[in-house]
Design a protein around this ligand. Structure first.
Ligand code: UDP
Ligand code: MG
Length: 320
């Protein structure tokens, strides 16, 4: 198969205000890095604005642009998976649509990859402009907790902005899971992965597509996908409570033998309430894993493509 030197893969959800500038800057950066031998893959993740119309217009004018329209909003990580599946380059750059990650860094990232003989160059955020204190604090806490509980070392303060070689991408694509935490999955694949420091910019236009609910889901996918520490924690709590109840039984027996019957409503209620809460919490934690196991067991396709625009010859998976 005739591979372009570079594919740039970009998931887009309601990004109509960013697309033209995005296309112009990514095209220029790709051209500066590898000349004309590149492709840009935009994935429209069920946007409710005019993103798809804009993409079709851009694709009509640029033979290096491939646009994929998913059948609905599948979520950032699945949209990105669709693009990674369908791109064909020797090197692959993943970048966000909102230009928070400057595409102009591509040349330096390629240089780092060549100098260090790396298969993955992941961009680490040294600074993040224009994001709320809440977002910065939760993100910082998230990466640190994740680092504590996972067995795979996942780099801190690193998003999906990264440059990969084809062999690293192919290894990544062999991972079939539905709940996808892509930056963790890429770390899991191994090979030589090196950091690249950069300053994250403000969004070009629009607002974050990650409300709190999506952030929580994302964090849960990350933890459950890469760690069984919560399950271990559940069994440790269970063990500790069992120990405590043995002591309590001894105490009750002692009261019964000595004829000093237990009197307290307070202590009874405390035991009932605390035990009830702990049990619910632990059950919920097990439920998080069980639910994911159920979803995985259905083996549904990860995404559905509705339309494509641009030169899609050779994309066996799209049937073209
Ligand atoms: N995105 C997507 N589907 C979604 C949510 C987000 O494809 O359901 C894309 C979005 O268009 C952007 C990237 O994922 O290119 C990161 O989203 P965003 O910039 O809103 O996240 P933040 O930078 O605020 O964490
Ligand atoms: Mg963003």
């Amino acid at each position: 198969m005739d591979r372009p030197k570079l594919s740039v893969v970009i998931p887009c959800y309601n990004e109509e205000a960013c697309l033209e500038m995005l296309h112009a800057r990514v095209s220029a950066a790709a051209k500066a890095a590898v000349g004309d031998d590149h492709e840009i893959v935009l994935i429209n993740d069920g946007s409710r604005d005019r993103s798809w119309e804009v993409m079709q217009r851009l694709a009509a004018a640029d033979p290096r642009l491939i646009c994929i329209n998913l059948s609905r909003n599948h979520g950032h990580q699945l949209a990105l998976t669709a693009g990674l599946d369908l791109c064909s380059g020797d090197q692959i750059l993943i970048i966000d649509a909102d230009l928070q990650d400057p595409p102009e860094l591509l040349t330096d990232m390629r240089a780092t990859m060549a100098e260090q003989g790396a298969d993955v160059v992941y961009a680490v955020r040294r600074k993040r402009d224009g994001e709320s204190v809440f977002k910065l604090a939760t993100a910082a806490a998230f990466y640190r907790v994740l680092d504590k509980v996972t067995d795979t070392p996942i780099p801190l303060d690193t998003g999906d902005f990264r440059l990969m070689t084809r062999r690293a991408l192919d290894a990544f694509l062999a991972l079939p899971e539905q709940a996808r935490f892509i930056r963790g999955m890429v770390a899991w694949v191994g090979f030589r992965q090196v950091p690249f420091l950069y300053d994250r910019q403000e969004r070009h236009a629009g607002e974050s597509k990650y409300p709190l609910s999506k952030m929580i889901r994302f964090a849960l996918d990350a933890v459950t996908g890469f760690s069984t520490a919560p399950l271990r924690f559940a069994s440790h709590v269970g063990l500790a409570l069992t120990g405590a109840s043995v002591l309590l039984v001894l105490y009750i027996a002692f009261g019964w033998v000595t004829g000093r019957a237990i009197q307290g409503w307070t202590s009874t209620m405390l035991v009932v309430v605390v035990l009830g809460a702990v049990q619910m919490f632990v059950l919920g934690m097990i439920g998080e894993y069980l639910g994911r196991l159920y979803v995985e067991s259905k083996r549904r396709p990860l995404y559905i493509v509705a339309d494509v625009a641009g030169p899609v010859k050779g994309h066996a998976r799209l049937g073209y």
